[in-house]
Write a protein that binds this ligand. Sequence first.
Ligand SMILES: [Zn+2]
Ligand SMILES: [Zn+2]
Length: 273
Amino acid sequence: MNPIFQKFISVHGTQFSVIFFAGIFFITWNLENVIGIFIDYKKWRHAFLNAPFIFTNIPGQLLMGWIFAKVILWTGMHHFGFLYLLPLQHSPLLLFVITFTFLDFGEYLYHVIMHKVSRLWMFHLVHHSDPIMDVSTTLREHPGENLIRLSFTLVWVLLSGATIWVLILRQIIQTFFTTFSHMNYRLPSKTDAVIGSIFVTPNLHRVHHHYQQPFTDSNYGDVLSIWDRLFGTLSRLPEEDLVFGVDTHMSASENGNFKSLLKMPFGKYRRKK
Ligand SMILES: [Zn+2]
Ligand SMILES: [Zn+2]
């Protein structure tokens, strides 16, 4: 990764990642029409329920984007973070791999915490409550969870001293995998065995969206599936056994309209069965 590439990503990366997200969403959305497992549902209606989260999350993202910029500037000026202690100045590729792995482990931990702490689960529940799983499920994130997630990431960025070009490049890769893993699609088992040994695949993430325990509390990985293997949280289920949603919130009056979804974290906590 030469300095010109790093500079390009630092300057134009944010715009590029937004365009990249739109592009990958457009491609996977159309691919689903051809290779999708479930075609017998109202795809547009489903997307219109999840799409408003793009807009409710904008204020939080702008605020956190501003805070991120300040923090990255500060860590850069003061050489704060463990990455500055490692001799990586002349190996940007290694710097990227180490930062990426560290931040992806952070995402794994964050995800486990969101499932285990009941107050936080109520926010993350909104994402899980989707009874249909396709690329628009990627968008279904409560603005409260969006703020919590970005705050967690901020802590990892502060601890590591990650640079802007690394963060943007990581975000582009993360966007690809998050969209891909929510697709209404399953990889052939042999391909999944190879790709899934390192990365999160739709086959793995679909099990995470199964409505009942212990499957909801498994396959927490964001981009890398290695953490689930390492900590024994990996599970598999055949496609015919999968039911999406959360057993405590299966009625359409709870999971089928935007207003109820926004209010969901403030409802009564009911334990997953
Ligand atoms: Zn989850
Ligand atoms: Zn998901």
